[in-house]
Design a protein around this ligand. Structure first.
Ligand code: FMN
Length: 440
């Protein structure tokens, strides 16, 4: 049930089942390949997520519910006590920083490789990904997956349920079932990847069956109010061809609608598309929308705020942002005050590991005591060292890598990407002080 009053204010509080969210900004799940080789989350991951605890909700990255579902190297898992212990460190750090967290459960299906999992991937049908898969040894041609037997389907459903129990034990408020972006559950939904002739294939009613069984089993395991589902209607990446998008999603949404789930999460949601409104009208609960921002390519200067507000106005309850959160640990504060955003450093997104491009994105920082807030910084910004990242919510002067106009104006997020002339504000204005850290 929707228990969140409608608003187009991203900073209005919301409820999500038993959770109180201080704002409507959700950090979208993002694979970053910083887990240990066996899938155990690392202390570095705890630091990364804790930095982003001011999000209304964090949905942690795709995490494998069983060994064969593993996609890529160094992605986290949640099917072993060591994984649970590792994730407990992460949720503990996020809770200590004031945050709330769900975990995304992802089985890769045909997106996997024996070099990553030691196993031949399983999929609805033996149709390989028409692409390479990244392995520790580099990109390798995808292998032909094994068609899942009825027993494989049963045990995979059970693995999702067990992983959800583990997630709750690890301290997550709930889990998100990943039925999007071309991974196993999506492979069942789509005609191009599901050629089965049994009850799990054929017409839409058959192709949604696996998704519904997984979600029901997970909901039975941990309670429906702790379960979200992510979908990506019309997604064509990862070799996907859904065939009958406009039939799949109404049927799937109807099948899930009565379960009392925490939320439905729509990827690349576009309020200009009729299907978005169809889904909104049929889904009685909380709808998280992930705006369709330029992909690939640089984010808009407002980080997606304008699109986010359009989606709220079109009926979404919460907005998830990916890359903007990745590059801005204090994204909520930046959007709230109209501060510029750190650009995404694409070369550090995935597969590379380490702190660079992960935990070293700067926060807004507070001016040194006694410094004149209306004076340029004494050294050119380019020479300023990267500062250690402070705890969330503490910072105030701008990231040296991004700056406003030389004359003191700043681009601020919002409809029409307005500019604000801060010279008209007095130097004592808090907003003014935020923008004067760098004038080169
Ligand atoms: C580095 C990276 C990793 C991602 N990994 C996942 C993932 O694990 N699960 C998922 O559902 N989507 C994943 N996504 C997609 C994001 O959740 C999000 O849908 C996408 O980035 C679009 O949102 P944005 O325009 O705000 O970045 C990933 C995106 C990026 C950039």
């Amino acid at each position: 049930m929707t228990n969140t009053p409608a608003t187009s204010d991203l900073f209005a509080p919301a409820r999500l089942g038993p959770l109180h969210l201080p704002n409507r900004l959700v950090m979208a799940p993002m694979t970053r390949n910083r887990a240990a080789a066996d899938g155990t989350p690392t202390p570095l991951m705890a630091a990364y997520y804790a930095q982003r605890a001011s999000a209304g909700l964090i949905i942690a990255e795709a995490t494998t519910p069983n060994a064969v579902g593993r996609t890529y190297p160094d992605i986290p898992a949640i099917h072993d006590p060591a994984h649970v212990a590792g994730w407990r460190r992460v949720t503990g750090a996020v809770h200590a920083a004031g945050g709330r967290m769900f975990l995304q459960l992802q089985h890769g299906g045909r997106i996997g490789h024996p070099d990553n999992s030691g196993l031949t991937p399983l999929a609805p049908s033996p149709i390989p990904l028409p692409d390479t898969v990244f392995t520790r040894g580099g990109h390798r041609p995808a292998v032909v997956p094994l068609e899942m037997t009825a027993g494989d389907i049963r045990s995979t459903v059970a693995d999702f349920a067990a992983a959800a129990r583990n997630a709750v034990e690890a301290g997550f408020a709930g889990v998100e079932v990943h039925a999007a972006n071309g991974y196993l559950i999506h492979q069942f939904l789509a005609r191009g990847t599901n050629h089965r002739t049994d009850a799990y294939g054929g017409p839409v009613a058959g192709r949604i069956r696996f998704a519904v069984e997984v979600v029901r089993a997970v909901a039975d395991a941990i309670g429906p109010e702790r379960v979200g589902v992510r979908i990506s209607p019309g997604f064509t990446g990862n070799g996907m061809d859904e065939g009958d998008t406009d039939d799949i999603y109404p049927a799937l949404v109807d099948a899930l609608a009565g379960m009392g789930l925490a939320y439905l999460h729509v990827v690349f949601a576009d309020p200009g598309q009729p299907l978005f409104h169809t889904i909104r009208n049929r889904w009685p609960g909380t709808l998280i929308a992930n705006p369709a921002l330029p992909w690939p390519g640089p984010l808009p200067a407002d980080g997606g705020r304008h699109e986010a507000e359009r989606l709220l106005a079109a009926g979404a309850d919460l907005i998830s942002l990916g890359r903007a959160f990745l590059a801005n640990p204090d994204l909520v504060e930046r959007l709230r005050i109209g501060a510029p955003l750190n650009p995404v450093r694409d070369e550090h997104l995935m597969y590379v590991g380490g702190e660079t491009g992960y935990t070293d994105y700067p926060f807004l920082t507070r001016p040194r005591r006694g410094s004149r807030p209306d004076r340029p910084s004494p050294r050119p910004c380019a020479e300023q060292p990267t500062r250690p990242v402070p705890r969330p919510g503490t910072g105030l002067v701008i990231d040296p890598a991004r700056r406003g106009f030389r004359d003191g104006r700043q681009a601020v997020p919002g409809p029409g990407r307005r500019t604000v002339d801060h010279r008209r504000r007095g130097p004592s204005s808090r907003r003014h002080r935020l923008y004067v850290g760098c004038h080169t």
